[in-house]
Design a binder for this molecule. Structure first.
Ligand SMILES: NC(=O)c1ccc[n+]([C@@H]2O[C@H](COP(=O)([O-])OP(=O)(O)OC[C@H]3O[C@@H](n4cnc5c(N)ncnc54)[C@H](O)[C@@H]3O)[C@@H](O)[C@H]2O)c1
Length: 148
């Protein structure tokens, strides 16, 4: 299977890359290394089934060169971390909203299956663990930047 992982140099993505390569998939990672690290993938550089492009998911024409040939897309690229987002809210919105729109738009255009990681922030103020996908959401006031 040919798999595109946006954000594949990050924490979750790089472990997913390892698992997919191990089971015999061909993997393309597109990551701008803003919070991800090439060290997470260094052991795979040169592997015939692994490809890495250092670029942004906002580069729609780049993504469109590759999406048509993929069997599956994992969309993990995101501005992550409260401090990171509060430092540059506009960049975070661009990546998380516009970037996701680009990836979803291409997945729809070429009718590709896509897994969207969403965000742990969706669990809001829930305090009981483990969280469940069908739990109720309790978010803070939008006057507080974290919840805006
Ligand atoms: N649903 C949940 O409970 C849950 C929990 C944790 C994480 N997540 C989501 O999983 C995803 C990965 O999280 P993570 O913990 O591995 O974070 P991470 O920061 O380690 O990985 C995110 C990756 O995206 C890359 N990236 C950021 N902006 C980019 C851009 N414009 N173009 C290309 N790449 C870009 C970063 O360089 C990084 O490698 C995020 O979307 C996060 O919100 C969901």
């Amino acid at each position: 299977m040919k798999v595109l992982i946006t954000g594949g140099a990050g924490y979750i993505g790089s472990h997913l890359v390892d698992a997919l390569i191990r089971r015999g998939d061909e993997v393309l990672v597109i990551d701008n290394l803003s919070t991800g690290k090439i060290e997470n993938l260094r052991h795979l550089l040169g592997h015939p089934a692994f490809h890495f492009i250092n670029d942004s998911i906002l580069n729609e024409s780049l993504l469109e060169r590759f999406v048509p040939s993929m069997d599956l897309i994992f969309h993990l690229a995101a501005a992550v971390g409260v401090r990171n987002i509060l430092q540059d809210p506009l960049a975070a919105i661009n990546t998380n909203v516009r970037g996701t729109e680009v990836v979803l738009g291409l997945a729809f255009k070429y009718w590709k299956r896509l897994v969207l990681a969403s965000t742990s922030e969706i669990y809001g103020k829930a305090s009981h663990v483990p969280f469940r996908e069908d739990d109720d959401r309790v978010l803070g006031s939008t006057a507080v930047a974290r919840w805006s």
